[in-house]
Design a protein around this ligand. Sequence first.
Ligand code: 5RP
Length: 253
Amino acid sequence: RIGQPTKLISPITDLNLSVLEKSKQLAAWTAVDQHVKPEHRVIGIGSGSTVPYVVERIVQLGAEANAERVFIPTGFQSKQLIVSSGLNLGDVDQFPTIDVTLDGADEVDRELNCIKGGGACHLREKVLAEAANTFILVADYRKNVEFLGTNFASGIPIEVVPFAYAKVLQNLHHHLGCPQASLRMAIKKAGPVVSDNGNFIIDAPYDQETMKTPYTIMAQIKMLTGVVEVGVFCHMARAAYFGNADGTVTIKW
Ligand code: 5RP
């Protein structure tokens, strides 16, 4: 179901933010206001450029509200964010049950399936999504799509163990219908992108027809030996919040 865009009187007063940044902030703040409950003690914090606004809003709840809470990161970036914001840091091996995880997304379809891994964090992100009683997505308006693969052209992020990358690429090219799958390279092609787990990332752009059944292609890719995790999350999110350019927020649930 897609909620009607909800007109919110924006609590955002920072006039220096661009429209895009404001839309991320609006999504994040609204999601925190609706899903972080006073009784929550363990909170998962995702990765990307929208998540800092999640943390910003959580910090605004006050030191007292957060004193008894522990925050679980999905990677190096969110770990830094948690620590620099003065919040208590924990890990998922200490807290395998999380009250709520809030995370960004590269695209979210009409059934709340999403692509994640634009920042190469999708293995830990999926663990925290799965560990959470409630998994909430926050994103700007560009991520709100009918079908996956509409705007996010680089395709499905796939984390692979380094020594298997060429074999997995070959499998994708010749057996799983993705001739354009490629190894993700760092800026200026300085070498492959390496995840927080020491692995490589392959990006697999599939045609729209394939992306209409994301679970099927996700499961096929995951079966390839050497693949650690696939950045397609099917039916995991309880709701997705999208900030719109006009200051409204669309909620899909
Ligand atoms: C990182 C992710 C991010 O959550 C995703 O890329 C969205 O990032 P942003 O909020 O910057 O658009 O999956 O692996």
